[in-house]
Design a protein around this ligand. Structure first.
Ligand SMILES: [Zn+2]
Length: 177
């Protein structure tokens, strides 16, 4: 069997074809330099960034040990972040518990369902619809539009969190599918 060619660059997703079964599948490789393992553990690239590295379990653990995720955030941001992560991780754990298929069969975690509810979308809404709904709703309550309006700010936070949850779920599906 010919060896798949791949680059060892950081920051660019690398892929490997598997031909173990009749249907060839492509898996995401660990982002750590030179690592050949499957990268299925997301790790945030920076505070306040939705960008994620994808590491194998060993390298995700190594990365998390070396880096204070909350570094540089003020207290309020830390709390908001911790809350968001908790909510997101709960959804992830639940999805794993039910054996996340990633096959596009429309299965959604409870957190995703709540997030869809916040954006007033149906369970089968695709990510394009999520983006569209989020933009429309966020625009109405954006701090630039309603400066000093605490209620609007809370709404904006709510929509942003819902979007983050659905975005993460979408990313996991793409990488695992
Ligand atoms: Zn690795």
């Amino acid at each position: 069997m010919p060896k798949a060619r791949r680059s060892n660059d950081w920051g660019f997703p690398r892929w490997r074809g598997y031909e173990a079964s009749r249907e060839a599948a492509t898996v995401r490789l660990c982002d750590r330099h030179g690592c050949e393992e499957v990268g299925d553990c997301p790790a945030p690239k920076a505070p306040n960034s939705p960008e994620r590295w994808m590491f194998c379990q060993a390298h995700a653990a190594e990365y998390n040990r070396k880096w204070d995720y909350f570094e540089g955030l003020d207290k309020e941001e830390k709390e908001a972040r911790a809350k968001a992560e908790k909510s997101e991780n709960a959804g992830y754990a639940e999805a794993q518990h039910y054996g996340w298929s990633g096959s596009g069969d429309g299965s959604r975690s409870a957190d995703e369902m709540r997030a869809l509810d916040v954006l007033e979308l149906e369970a089968d809404a695709d990510f394009a619809a999520v983006k569209k709904a989020f933009r429309a709703k966020a625009k109405e309550v954006h701090p630039d539009v309603k400066p000093g309006d605490e209620e609007a700010a809370a709404e904006f936070q709510k929509y942003s969190l819902a979007y983050e949850i659905l975005k993460s779920a979408e990313d996991r599906r793409e990488w695992k599918g």
